[in-house]
Write a protein that binds this ligand. Structure first.
Ligand code: MN
Length: 184
């Protein structure tokens, strides 16, 4: 049950988050898919980077958000898989519920996995990918931190034509939802 942890953390009668059906246990290996990056003002501000993989959204919480500067290695905490319905989800999650607070669709688009199926990249602790979003474009990587707490990865831009160093940071320069134009 890929969404068991997601369901366990949430009360469907009290939250407005989607409760999509459990995806099939066996799905084809994922080479391309959709991605969404939510900006989420929960207890602490963070950006949730969610990658379609195996019929769910593999999710990482990134406290400082994505950067286009390859020198900026951002902490990314691997969290529970989310249902695909989350690709369109933008709402204020009720206070007192898990993840309570406003959440916007900060970016969305296609992700391509560059070093084989996403499931295999995840299992070996290194995701090489290419985003084709409205704001987030080009090659990025997630690399699991050795000898760190479980679930701690680094998320950073790889050097390419979309890389950009210095101010303003992408999250400051383009703060609005690509769906509604709202800020968080
Ligand atoms: Mn979140």
């Amino acid at each position: 049950m890929k969404l068991a942890e997601y369901r366990k953390k949430r009360d469907p009668t009290a939250t407005n988050e989607p409760f999509g059906p459990e995806p099939p246990a066996e799905v084809a290996p994922t080479l391309v898919g959709a991605f969404v990056i939510h900006q989420h003002a929960a207890t602490r501000m963070h950006w949730d980077v969610r990658l379609e993989m195996g019929g769910v959204l593999c999710s990482f919480a990134v406290p400082r958000g994505p950067s286009l500067d390859p020198a900026e290695k951002r902490l990314a905490v691997h969290t529970e898989d989310h249902p695909l319905e989350y690709l369109d989800f933008e709402a204020v999650i009720p206070e007192g519920q898990y993840g309570g607070g406003p959440m916007i669709v900060w970016d969305r688009g296609r992700v391509r996995y560059l070093e084989g199926p996403a499931e295999e990249e995840l299992a070996r602790g290194k995701l090489d990918l290419e985003f084709e979003g409205m704001k987030t474009r080009g090659r990025f990587a997630f690399v699991k931190i050795k000898n760190a707490k479980e679930n701690e990865w680094l998320f950073f831009k790889k050097q390419d034509a979309f890389a950009r160093a210095g101010e303003p940071e992408l999250v400051d320069d383009k703060p609005r939802s690509i769906l509604s134009g709202l800020t968080v």
